[in-house]
Design a protein around this ligand. Structure first.
Ligand SMILES: [Zn+2]
Ligand SMILES: [Zn+2]
Length: 124
């Protein structure tokens, strides 16, 4: 018996520098293309995201300096997450596969979320 394909298990990950995006193909044959700026804006690390009701760095300063949204590398963290290395050296954001799939910006996924990216960390 084959297990059903997992929507949160990537089978292919590609850093597409020409289009400044990160491509992820999932086991259920869905494909996600994440623009770097979008991913940096969703950085889940404590510095960038909101903590204890206080706005994080990114909410206080929504402007990025040049290079900050350049993904220079991306590392696999365990079997559950990707950790991008950004042009300014920032590499603290651990993007779990569940989170990435949850914020997939493609049209069908956005429609399913009625256009709103999920804010609830518990959903990731
Ligand atoms: Zn961060
Ligand atoms: Zn999608």
């Amino acid at each position: 018996m084959l297990r059903s394909p997992s929507p949160t298990t990537p089978v292919h990950i590609e850093l597409d520098r020409d289009h400044r995006s990160l491509l992820v193909r999932w086991q259920d044959e869905h494909e996600s293309s994440f623009i770097w700026d979008f991913l940096r804006g969703h950085c889940p690390c404590a510095n960038c995201s909101e903590e204890a009701g206080k706005p994080g760095q990114l909410s206080a300063l929504p402007m990025f300096r040049p290079g900050q949204t350049d993904m220079v590398d991306v590392n696999l963290t365990g079997r559950y997450a990707l950790t991008p290395v950004w042009g300014d050296g920032h590499d603290l954001g651990i993007y779990t596969f569940r989170m990435l799939r949850a914020i997939c910006p493609c049209a069908p996924c956005s429609e399913m979320r009625s256009g709103e990216p999920p804010r609830q960390r518990d959903d990731w």
